[in-house]
Design a binder for this molecule. Structure first.
Ligand SMILES: [Zn+2]
Length: 464
């Protein structure tokens, strides 16, 4: 793949009719009437933007979801078979297919043979709706069992495994560790939305998991830039497959840890030369986190993840400490109706705030938290601008952003989300998102369908 490119006839920072020359993965020239022998991309007068960065995502969760099919509501073997075959058709050869929400609904219970008759050319595992039972086809059973026959693996009268595994989650998880889902589908979906980089915020990212990411990068399954958070030590590979991001601290409102323990984690992060990002969905988690940062000290780039509820007092404290908030406007759209029904009226104004944080001088960046919300920065932008729920109700009118500010949530650098936006300028990495039309038109109706091409380091990874 070439890292040289000539992008013709685009709009750059409001200026139409411009060409952009990329060499060795970086922008080297911006001007009119440029010519050269490098591969070219006809911009057709669309705007070219810095590629979007999703600053908080869980890639393997997203990939597992992408390789899963919901079987709840399928009442016949034919229905299950059709659903499995349709999903199988979307996956790479040999990739695992997972079904969830399965229930017999009065029919014959599924077993290995029945699954083989539906899908025989790839491993399939089906989770029963109760969570206590998995059913595997023969290919899947061969892959995970590997001669082992623990108690949880059910056998028929002749001693042959039926494919049913009862309460075997731990065994299965250990066995599946060597079979991570492919990141290719997630990478392609994000490329289609103009995303050129993500930060994987999973606390479970350790050096072994980092190796799995590095393999996906080396195999070309994952094509965007990648920053990994993780709960502990992480070392970046020499080939630059990923960058090491903040140390992630996951809190649970019901079981908050000892304050000194979290201060020790912050001190350890400093010793590793890393920032700290703390999960704060509930108000109690945020209060605890602010106390910890107050005691251990803040470095620029330390982050509050989610900011699910931020009261004005806490916002002032966040501003005073100099913390960044990495929020998910998509939750307002996707879960807003539930929030309106379930959250105390007094707390509604403090839900996933955005504009008020910026007014308080806080750096705010955007993300999806996919697979918990859609991995689509454009729907998140629309939610940040409109603050409307699925049923069309307004949630947090004072938190609405201008379209430009909503876009900027996704244009900060990895190392400084919510900080100065990256620009399309000479010397910058050629991580670019080319639109079908002028930026102003796209911002008037934010939608992924505006994306015409996505470029990472000069390589075109998506073209409409
Ligand atoms: Zn998350």
């Amino acid at each position: 793949m070439s890292r040289d490119l000539l992008i013709r006839e685009v709009e750059v920072e409001g200026r139409p009719g411009v060409d952009v020359r990329v060499a060795g993965g970086r922008i080297v020239e911006i001007g009119t009437g440029l010519s050269g022998r490098e591969p070219d991309l006809d911009g057709r007068c669309g705007a070219v933007l810095p590629g979007l960065i999703d600053h908080h995502i869980h890639l393997f969760g997203l990939a597992a979801q992408g390789a899963s099919v919901e079987l709840d509501g399928q009442t016949s073997a034919e229905g299950i078979s059709r659903a499995l075959r349709t999903k199988a058709g979307e996956l790479s050869p040999g990739e695992w297919l997972r079904g969830v929400g399965y229930h017999e609904a009065g029919g014959e219970p599924l077993d290995r043979r029945a699954l083989d008759a539906m899908v025989a050319d790839r491993p399939v595992r089906i989770q029963h709706r109760t969570g206590g039972l998995w059913i595997l086809n023969s290919v899947a059973l061969d892959r995970v069992a590997d001669g082992e026959t623990p108690q949880c693996v059910e056998r028929d009268d002749h001693g042959a495994p039926t494919g049913r595994i009862w309460r075997g989650d731990d065994w299965l998880r250990g066995r599946l560790a060597g079979n991570p889902p492919s990141l290719a589908g997630a990478s392609a979906d994000l490329a289609r939305r103009g995303v050129t980089g993500v930060t994987d915020a999973s606390v479970t990212n350790d050096q072994a998991q980092a190796g799995v990411f590095a393999q996906a990068v080396a195999a070309g399954e994952w094509r965007q830039r990648l920053m990994l958070m993780g709960g502990g030590f992480l070392e970046a590979p020499a080939d630059g497959g990923f960058q090491v991001g903040p140390v992630k601290v996951l809190l649970d409102d019901d079981r908050l840890p000892d304050l000194d323990a979290v201060c020790a984690i912050i001190a350890q992060a400093r010793a590793w030369g890393r920032k700290v990002a703390v999960h704060c969905v509930a108000a109690g988690e945020l209060a605890f986190t602010l106390a910890a940062f107050g005691q251990a000290g803040v470095e620029p780039g330390d982050r509050i993840e989610h900011g699910g509820i931020i009261y004005p007092d806490a916002a002032r404290e966040i501003a005073g400490l100099g913390l960044t908030v990495v929020t998910q406007p998509g939750f307002v759209a996707e879960r807003g109706d539930r929030y309106l029904a379930e959250v105390d009226a007094a707390d509604l104004a403090a839900l996933y705030p955005c504009a008020s944080l910026m007014r308080a001088g806080i750096k705010v960046a955007g993300s999806s938290d996919a697979p918990y919300a859609a991995a689509d920065p454009w729907t998140a932008m629309a939610a940040a601008i409109n603050r409307t729920t699925r049923s069309g109700r307004l949630l947090g009118a004072d938190e609405r952003l201008s379209p430009r500010a909503a876009l900027d949530l996704f244009l900060g650098d990895f190392a400084d989300p919510g900080g100065p936006v990256r620009r399309v300028e000479v010397g910058a990495a050629a991580d670019l998102c080319l639109l079908r039309g002028p930026l102003e038109a796209a911002l008037a109706d934010p939608d992924a369908s505006w994306v015409a091409a996505t470029v990472v380091g000069g390589e075109v990874i998506y073209r409409a």
